[in-house]
Ligand binder design. Structure first.
Ligand code: LMR
Length: 344
């Protein structure tokens, strides 16, 4: 009899929990384990890089921790390697609600909020920390708000690392070495102008196409982090690399804003807590992954590696400095003045 009472109590509890969930999007059910797949919250998280990269590893850890801390009530499905959507497509998919979460490079959201391009300014940051400080500066806060106005809720900023130049035919040391070389770039007008100032050409290609366009010789060169170079096996189709650290590649971890709004408060809190933890962990990890991949590139003996000297760096900076004035004029000084090298 007592057994029967407990069973019927559980039944009522489960039913009322389910009703609660379906009636109010803001309610966090207590007894999550009793919920079926359909009653759980599913977050589809799409990205374009491999699993063994700073973003790949961080998104996996985020998924595990969210699932663990919500007792499985929230399931994060991670789709790496452009498996679902390529660059550009993933932004549309987020806005259309086909996926709920993405982490594109800052350059890539510039198709929707152009001002994010300021993070592509060459030699803007000397360390990962400086890039992070920019994100938390008043200018960074305005940029995050702009994302929200476009339907993308900013959650966090993840690191990859500094971009390096690679080329097929010769070493890139002096600005004149860039003349007439065609580079694959991410979609960003600023990156296009960066190469134009060096006398080079550029071609926008999605990340999944980088290897193929280099292999076929449609472009001869590209810029990317050690991690991405190894991830896409770029070193097998490039003969020269210049360690230039000329640009920083970081990611905006963003969610569909309506989806975020509809999440129960408790779930939002868990997601933010987990992200804080993962972001901190990820920053160290990104450094380690890039160091390891640099070692892979040295050990493979497959590219001639040149370290940009201070004198060469000054020459590159001189050639590229006009970009700062162009972008102050285009977007306003308020976005540029927080770039560390311009801060007084
Ligand atoms: C690229 O397209 O080169 C990178 O932004 C890919 C990535 O997400 O790291």
């Amino acid at each position: 009899m007592r057994q029967l009472e407990i069973t019927s109590f559980s039944f009522v509890f489960i039913i009322s929990t389910i009703l609660f969930v379906s009636c109010s999007a803001k309610t966090y059910p207590v007894d999550h384990e009793q919920l079926s797949e359909d009653e759980r919250i599913v977050i589809r998280f799409s990205h374009v890089v491999g699993e063994d990269t700073p973003k790949g590893l961080a998104s996996r850890r985020f998924a595990e921790l969210v699932e663990e801390r919500t007792d499985g009530y929230v399931e994060v499905q991670v789709f790496p390697n452009s498996f679902l959507y390529k660059d550009g497509e993933e932004l549309d998919a987020l806005l259309d609600g086909d996926v709920q979460m993405i982490a594109p490079a800052t350059s890539k959201v510039s198709s929707i909020v152009p001002e994010w391009q300021v993070m592509d300014l060459p030699f803007a940051f000397d360390s990962e920390l400086e890039a992070k400080e920019y994100i938390s500066s008043p200018a960074g806060e305005v940029l995050k708000k702009k994302l929200e106005q476009k339907g993308m809720y900013y959650l966090s900023y993840w690191d990859n690392g500094f971009k390096q130049m690679t080329n097929k035919h010769h070493s890139l040391q002096d600005p004149k070495d860039f003349k007439d070389v065609t580079f694959r770039i991410m979609e960003s007008e600023l990156l296009e102008e960066q190469f134009k100032l060096l006398g080079a050409n550029s071609q926008v290609e999605t990340f999944d196409q980088v290897f193929s366009v280099l292999e076929k010789g449609h472009v001869q060169a590209q810029e990317n982090t050690f991690s991405n170079i190894v991830n896409k096996n770029i070193h097998s189709v490039q003969d020269y690399m210049t360690v230039s650290n000329h640009g920083y590649l970081g990611y905006l971890v963003i969610m569909n804003a309506d989806f975020w709004e509809d999440l129960p408060d408790e779930v939002q809190m868990i997601i933010l807590d987990v992200l804080e933890e993962v972001t901190e962990w990820q920053a160290e990890l990104a450094k380690q992954v890039n160091q390891d991949k640099y070692k892979t590139l040295v050990d493979c003996n497959c590219m001639k590696i040149h370290q940009l000297s201070e004198t060469e760096k000054k020459q590159w900076e001189e050639a590229l400095n006009p970009l700062y004035d162009t972008y102050i004029e285009r977007f306003g000084a308020e976005y540029i003045e927080y770039i560390p090298k311009l801060k007084q």
